[in-house]
Design a protein around this ligand. Structure first.
Ligand code: DGJ
Length: 692
């Protein structure tokens, strides 16, 4: 990996594994991307800049490839950067000042008036390039939009977008659509990342497949409102510009202030959708997630078992049962605190409910630890119920607009962490909770979006959208620093806050409130496009499933959940001895394959949206694990066999369960030797080890 500067050409060449990226100064002084694709030698860079002499045209051709689309000159696309100066002038006129290269990090500085704008680039050994920008100002300026980066793709005949959308309990639906000429907007106006859209997307020319073809993908590390605008021009170029905040927000910087955008990363792959996903998985595990190298424990969570009926008395028997089946962490969910016995009261009052936990949490925590399990606790510290002591004492702490009604969703409001005293209260409260109790794990929920965003004194109300998120990051960072042994699960009514920004501060995420294993096959397929199994919380729950009423076997439920971070969320007190024994066997198998699933390279075998027989394959060292799933058969038609990925024809593999030896050639010719149970919603697991 290198970053080199060709002074004569005025261009920087960023080269990492599998890709090159060239940014240069065009004649108008703007930083422009001249190449992004398969690796090239440094010597090729100067030749790429030959079109620098282009004149402005009615077609804003010169702006194709600008690293942050501006507002000056014939620039007619949605800008990446919108500024208003006190004298009414707009925009940023690019004047190159200087640059620094520090290992894998390039910073290019431009000036205009009282402003210094630095474009940052960082290349990673995973092939991912990070980009972000910093604006420093010596005079007041208003920001209308400040994206982190604009990414421009090569000329292609067609452009197809793959993206992830959904809704509560139906997140992670993968959609592939041809992009129209014009602008396409992905984003969230909700103050959180959202169930509806995820800030990851991928572009190909319509011919890429799971296993091959050129694909460009990008991911924004931001957990609040966001937008990625994709512009396909009439002249056949495609540019993505992305950053924090939604259309219509504006905020002000005073003289001496600096503003740093979140990171907007991108990746080029010649290995199709699967290659891109594996690069993101590896990148997030190695360079973003705080503890991804650790094996995540098998956890039990009591939410679906008891919902709001949490008490020491009710939890104790579950502790024994969770330990009996091999769980390693016991998590109590909502309603252990304050006056919370339903979703209408108590949020904000973070002390044990005295009726439910008369002796505090200690007896339960001790019982959990005595069984050799870790203890976890649910919190939702950014929220407040109007029916709470906190709200009665500080009604102004909730995000609101003076003179407007406060819209309650799930009977709750959002606390304004952009206010220093609220952020300080949150740290003090959680620091005390962790200090007073022997807690190993927090499930950090966030169950509603923002409405009526404002500030009581009316100053720069739109900054709340951004500053709240920054304060949440800072709170998590400080808590982790103060309590380094505590692990955190990020949750937001399911998956409304999963993105590379939050993944820097949480160890895993909750994938969806839909725990139906049948639906989960597709949900997990979507999740895996961008995010690794090491982040993906997956529970085995009861049947009929509370959301879908679907009934599937225990084996199917365990094997689907075993494709991520296995957890159990059913009411174990209702499980028969036979079911508990079977569960213990599945947990033991998971512990055997855990390292391969959590840390291995993941290959998707088929697409559950269109195929009946699919699987996920994980490869680590000399082991392969395949979890295979069948949706109910129609017409009893024979299925094409499931073939492995990344297995050489001449390699030999031992089936760890039967001892049989298989040649790679045979696995390709006949398919994987899967042992089905022949039920509807069937599943199978295969463990292979490379033979000498
Ligand atoms: C939403 C979460 O996604 C659920 O798992 C559960 O924690 C509830 N909140 C509790 O209110």
């Amino acid at each position: 990996m290198t970053i080199s500067f060709d002074e004569a050409a005025g261009a920087w060449h960023l080269s990492g594994p599998g890709h090159s990226y060239v940014v240069g100064l065009c004649d108008q002084g703007m930083p422009r991307q001249y190449y992004w694709g398969p690796p090239i030698p440094d010597g090729a860079v100067a030749g790429l800049l030959r079109d620098r002499g282009e004149e402005y045209s009615f077609d804003d051709r010169i702006h194709n490839g600008v690293e942050l689309l501006g507002e000056l000159g014939p620039q007619f696309a949605t800008p990446s950067l919108q500024l208003r100066h006190p004298d009414g002038a707009k925009g940023f006129a690019w004047n190159y000042r200087d640059h620094t290269v520090d290992g894998d990090h390039l910073a290019i500085v431009f000036t205009d008036r009282e402003l210094a704008l630095t474009l940052h680039y960082r290349i990673w050994n995973t092939g991912v390039i990070d980009r972000w920008a910093v604006l420093e100002t010596g005079a007041p300026v208003e920001i209308g939009r400040f994206d982190s980066a604009a990414w421009t793709l090569p000329h292609w005949k067609d452009y197809r977008l793959s993206h992830l959308s959904g809704e509560w309990a139906a997140e992670w639906q993968l959609r592939r659509v041809e992009l129209p000429v014009g602008e396409t907007l992905l984003g969230s106006r909700r103050g959180n990342t959202s169930h509806q859209a995820n800030p990851w997307c991928l572009i190909d020319d319509g011919t890429a497949t799971e296993t091959g073809g050129e694909v460009y993908s990008s991911a924004l590390a931001w957990s609040g409102s966001w937008r990625v605008q994709i512009r396909r021009s009439t002249q056949g170029r495609l540019t993505l510009t992305g950053g924090a905040g939604q259309e219509g927000l504006r905020w002000h910087l005073e003289a001496g202030e600096a503003w740093e955008t979140p990171v907007y990363s991108a990746h080029y792959s010649a290995d199709g959708f699967g290659g891109a996903s594996r690069a993101w998985h590896e990148h997030l595990r190695r360079h973003v997630m705080p503890t991804a190298e650790e094996d995540a424990p098998v956890l039990f969570n009591s939410w679906e078992a008891v919902t709001f009926d949490v008490s020491e008395k009710k939890q104790m028997p579950l502790v024994d049962l969770a330990a009996r089946i091999g769980c390693e962490q016991f998590v109590i969910d909502d309603a252990w605190f304050g006056s919370r016995t339903s979703d209408t009261a108590g949020l904000g009052d973070w002390w044990p409910n005295p009726d439910r936990f008369p002796n505090g949490l200690k007896p339960l925590i001790d019982a959990v630890h005595a069984k050799g399990m870790k203890f976890g606790l649910w919190i939702e510290p950014e929220m407040v119920n109007p029916d709470s002591d906190l709200y009665r004492a500080h009604p102004d702490w909730a995000i609101h607009q003076t003179g407007r009604d406060r819209t309650e969703l799930r009977a709750q409001l959002v606390l304004d962490y952009s206010r220093a005293e609220v952020a300080a209260w949150a740290f003090a409260t959680l620091d005390k909770l962790l200090g007073d109790n022997d807690i190993d794990f927090l499930k950090w929920d966030h169950n509603r979006p923002f409405t009526e965003v404002g500030r009581p004194d009316g100053t720069d109300p739109d900054r709340v959208y951004i500053d709240h998120v920054k304060a949440v990051y800072e709170l998590k960072r400080k808590l982790r620093e103060a309590h380094p042994h505590v692990r955190i699960e990020g949750c937001a009514g399911g998956a409304a806050r999963v993105d590379p920004g939050i993944l820097r501060y949480v160890d895993q995420v909750w994938t969806s409130d839909n725990t139906d294993a049948g639906d989960r096959v597709a949900i997990q397929h979507g999740f895996s496009q961008a995010y690794p199994a090491r982040a993906m919380g997956a529970w085995v729950t009861d049947v009929p499933n509370p959301f879908t009423r679907r009934v599937t076997t225990l084996r199917f439920r365990f094997q689907v959940a075993g494709a991520g971070l296995l957890a159990v969320g059913g009411d174990l007190s209702e499980w028969s001895d036979a079911e508990l024994d079977e569960a213990a066997e599945h947990v033991a198998v998971y512990k055997d394959i855990r390292a391969v699933v959590q840390h291995g390279a993941q290959y998707r075998l088929g697409d559950p949206e269109t195929e009946q027989l699919t699987g996920v394959q994980y490869v680590l060292g000399d082991r392969i694990v395949v979890l295979a799933f069948k949706t109910p058969s129609r017409f009893n038609r024979p299925q094409a066999p499931l073939r492995p990925a990344a297995v050489a024809a001449g390699s030999r593999w031992v089936d760890e369960d039967t001892g049989e030896i298989h040649w790679g050639a045979g696995l390709h010719a006949h398919g994987l030797p899967l042992r089905w149970a022949d039920t509807d919603w069937d599943s199978a697991i295969l463990r292979l080890r490379r033979a000498e």
